[in-house]
Design a protein around this ligand. Structure first.
Ligand code: NOJ
Length: 501
């Protein structure tokens, strides 16, 4: 018995050494073409204010919807943690900076807490201490050769703005644009890459459709679509404000972060693949980047068809009039892509259990996964690097090879240091990007999510994405590099994916 065991171990070791094991590992991808990233390709890491800052009511900050939500419903957070202290980046940016320097990243994507600098959300309610905090971050990054990339809105809407309906009230369009304008005035001399909104389809569905996120509305297929309408309009006005009033002097670029999977079909159902892509990527990207602008044809027609069937007298999807369609079209300098995973898709078989109305029912498809795909600590996250390559090629063909910056891509696991799973994930996804670039895709940057362990919304700290772990029980919230931090630094230094890890 023992002997057999030794032989198996030896054989496995041989496979790993010789590289054959990679072929067995579904979280890997074969190289096609040049092993070098282009000279102007940049590498970064990301975080978001509510997930790391803490200091939730300090120095004049106003409450956000997430502050209220975690206080009112602690039981809805898996480990009952919250954002009151989080990993205390409000007091510990220098520790984050040390981590950024250790990685040698080219840029740092972080978000500004709207309510920290404008406590009521209205720009008349300026809070200088909050502004000082972000000025310090930006100045220190630049002093260390790290470009700041700023997300304006990453879920933490000022509570006061929500009182008026948040993204369901069209007032948000000008409110957000005024906030954006103040950001350009305050920080635009130094910030050259802006991300307006983070994953609008996800927060619209989670906040207004299914009640997972604050304000916990349950009006799927209606309010989530109104939220999308106002989000895209708010984005476009913020964009044009920059182009007409600031661009000449500041010369920066603006995009939006779009979350999407790629889709496969075992039965070669091309219509299901198309529905999958248009209801995710297309819902957000088509209005901005497609020649015709507006929502994708299949999205608009499926929703219109179902609405009538359900007894509505018109479509539940608010359609952009000509003026808005034109204003939104072209309102981004790059496509910000958040890519985590992919799925198999078929046309829906059993519709009896699907919520109606809803985005799912409008999409009219079922998803599944390949049991061989490697799964992260987060149950929704399977390693499918070929999906990223596929999605990038789809974007190249569908949207006239627009510039793409990967704004998020990451892997969750336990609190370990030897995070080989994360390394395989990053390695294979970088390979996907390189393969896409070698095939003509216009990808210019990659952002790993996240720099440090962060509050993962309703999952609390049970799933961790950081290149640096955070010891939550230590007094100084100690950040320690995981093995993947060294791996990523090596990629950044060499602009190549190392053979061995
Ligand atoms: C996307 C979100 O932008 C971010 O807040 C979240 O932590 C990661 N995905 C991981 O789920």
């Amino acid at each position: 018995m023992r002997m057999w065991f030794k032989i198996i171990i030896f054989a496995y070791g041989f496979l790993v050494e010789s590289g054959y094991a990679d072929e067995l590992d579904t979280c890997s991808l074969a190289a096609k073409g040049s092993p070098h990233f282009p000279a102007n390709f940049s590498f970064g890491v990301a975080t978001a204010a509510f997930q790391i800052e803490g200091g939730w009511n300090e120095d004049g900050k106003g409450p956000s919807v997430w502050d209220d939500f975690v206080h009112d419903h602690p039981q809805l957070i898996d480990d009952r943690t919250n954002g009151d202290v989080a990993v205390d980046s409000y007091h510990r940016f220098d520790q984050d900076l040390a981590a950024l320097k250790e990685l040698k990243v080219n840029f740092y994507r972080f978000s500004i807490s709207w309510a920290r600098i404008f406590p009521t959300g209205d720009v008349s309610s300026k809070n200088q201490k909050g502004i000082d905090y972000y000025n310090e971050i930006i100045d220190k990054l630049i002093a260390n050769g790290i470009q700041p990339m700023v997300t304006m809105f990453h879920y933490d809407l000022p509570a006061e703005v929500q009182k008026n309906g948040g993204f369901l009230n069209s007032k948000i369009i000008n409110q957000f644009a005024s906030y954006a304008k103040e950001l350009y005035k305050l920080f635009g001399d130094r910030v050259k890459t802006w991300v307006t909104l983070n994953q609008p389809l996800l927060y619209c569905r989670s906040s207004y459709g299914y009640g997972f996120y604050p304000p916990q509305y349950l009006n799927a297929g209606v309010d989530d679509y109104i939220c999308m309408e106002n989000s895209l309009k708010a984005h476009a006005v913020a964009y044009h404000t920059y182009r007409t009033q600031f661009y000449k002097k500041q010369r920066g670029k603006i995009g939006m972060a779009i979350l999407s999977k790629f889709f496969y079909s075992k039965t070669n159902e091309q219509d299901a693949i198309e529905l999958g892509l248009q209801f995710a990527l297309g819902f957000q990207a088509h209005p901005l980047f497609a020649k015709s602008g507006g929502y994708p044809e299949v999205v608009a027609s499926n929703i219109a068809k179902n609405s009538l069937k359900e007894g509505f007298n018109k479509t539940r999807l608010p359609m952009f009039d000509e003026k808005w369609r034109k204003l939104i079209k072209g309102s981004a300098d790059f496509l910000g892509l958040n890519y985590y995973t992919s799925a198999f898709i078929t046309r829906a078989k059993d519709k009896s259990k699907v919520l109606k109305p809803s985005w799912e029912n409008d999409r009219d498809c079922d998803e599944s996964v390949d049991p061989n795909w490697k799964i992260a600590k987060s149950p929704w996250l399977l390693c499918v690097p070929q999906g990223l390559e596929g999605l990038l090629k789809y974007i190249r063909d569908e949207y006239n090879n627009v510039e793409v910056i990967i704004l998020e891509n990451g892997w969750s696991d336990e609190e370990n240091v030897e995070d080989n799973g994360r390394i395989s994930f990053i390695k294979s996804h970088l390979q996907a990007i390189l393969n896409a670039i070698n095939d003509g895709c216009n990808v210019t940057g990659y952002t790993y999510w996240s720099l440090i362990d962060a509050f993962e919304w309703v999952r609390g700290f049970t799933t961790r994405f950081g290149l640096f772990s955070v010891d939550l029980s230590s007094e100084n919230k100690k950040r320690s590099p995981r093995k993947s931090a060294g791996f990523y630094r090596n990629v950044i230094e060499t602009k190549m994916i190392p053979d061995k890890i």
